[in-house]
Design a binder for this molecule. Structure first.
Ligand code: NDP
Length: 337
């Protein structure tokens, strides 16, 4: 199958690209710079005949995807490109626009110029599922975050959640109204942990979701382990990538939201894993025996979920927390943190 992956240099996007190539598929991917394009091409000399890289510097531009979708033979499009950090000054311009317009731009371009595409898979998030108005309700594939544009100044985290919610809604609305030739799948993961793909691995590649692990090995939890809070679900990055690949392979995934959850975590558990099994280099950075744990006195609600439908469709055996955490820590142990 020939697959367009928008954003093949991102944390999740790079794993999707790796898995597609490993399974023998052909990939057209977009990145924002020549440097990133070159890194991908250099790492895949052996698969050069199945790999094309196009430069798309800004997905919010209306014509962002107009050329790349014309690459002959694309059958499936996977769209993980979207801002995934909280370092913004203007939430509308830096988060909402690339998330929402990036999504509608790619869908419009496919409908217009790539009518042979049979399926589009968009990386959404638990952020679009979480019910902020009723945090103790059980989350399922049918749940929706009720926040909208009026909430984008509530907090940085809420602004990010709104960007994911509006982007996903825009995608389902587009398919509903425009009735294109393709069907839609969304993959909605919670916190994604795990190693960065080798050729992108450097100290700046520690993305927002692995930042908590980076802080642990920087010694920032020596005196106090942060509270995990109510949203204590996570997934390994390789499993998220595998979910996108299966979403493309399994007919019954069409029209579904895949709420991919690897399990529950706590920052206290993560600290224990690294303290007991992590590389020697980080031993003196670990929380001290008398460190306070933000989880110790937590009596508030924790998120409830039922994602049985997703598990049935995907049939993936989720990577355990210990492996994910240790693989990430191992992958950064040479860096000057
Ligand atoms: P990354 O930041 O590593 O990847 C985001 C990708 O999108 C990068 O390739 C980035 O390019 C690209 N991108 C962002 N903004 C723009 C823009 N304006 N124009 C062009 N390209 C852009 O994060 P992840 O891989 O973790 O995130 C991928 C997807 O997964 C996102 O949709 C995110 O919301 C979702 N997700 C992530 C979770 C997590 O915990 N990591 C949890 C749930 C969902 P560049 O790096 O060059 O800027």
């Amino acid at each position: 199958t020939k697959v367009l992956v928008a954003g093949g240099s991102g944390f999740i996007g790079a794993h999707i690209l790796e898995q597609l190539l490993a399974k023998g598929h052909s990939v057209v991917t977009t990145v924002r710079s020549k440097e990133k394009a070159q890194k991908i091409l250099d790492a895949h000399k052996a698969e050069a005949d199945r790999l094309e890289v196009a430069i798309v510097p800004e997905i919010a531009r209306e014509d962002a995807f107009d050329e790349v979708v014309k690459t002959p033979g694309i059958e499936v499009v996977i769209h993980p490109a979207s801002p995934c950090h909280l370092n913004f000054t203007d939430p509308q311009k830096e988060l909402i626009d690339p998330a929402v317009l990036g999504t509608t731009n790619i869908l419009r371009a496919i409908k217009r110029d790539a009518p042979q595409v049979r399926r589009v898979i968009i990386t959404s998030s638990v952020a679009a599922i979480f019910n902020t108005k009723d945090p103790v309700s059980t989350l399922t594939e049918q749940s929706w975050n009720p926040n909208d544009l009026s909430n984008i100044h509530d907090s940085r985290a809420v602004a990010y959640c709104v960007s994911k919610t509006l982007a996903e809604r825009a995608a389902w609305d587009y398919v509903d109204q425009e009735k294109p030739n393709f069907d839609l799948v969304t993959v909605n993961p919670p916190l994604v942990l795990g190693p960065v793909v080798g050729h992108f691995s450097n100290v700046d590649s520690i993305n927002a979701s692995n930042e908590c692990l980076a802080n642990l090995v920087r010694g920032k939890w020596r005196d106090e382990i942060p509270p995990t809070g109510p949203v204590n679900i996570w997934i390994d990055v390789r499993d998220v990538a595998a979910a996108h690949v299966r979403a493309m392979e399994r007919q019954e995934a069409g029209g579904k939201r895949l709420f991919t959850v690897g399990g529950r975590f706590s920052y206290t558990k993560i600290a224990e894993i690294v303290r007991e099994h992590g590389p020697d280099r980080f031993k003196d950075k670990m929380p001290r025996a008398e460190a306070r744990s933000g989880d110790a006195n937590y009596t508030g609600p924790v998120l409830k979920f039922d994602n049985g439908e997703t598990n049935r469709i995907l049939g993936i055996e989720w990577t355990p927390l210990e492996k994910s955490v240790l693989d990430f820590v191992e992958s950064i142990k040479e860096f000057d943190l």
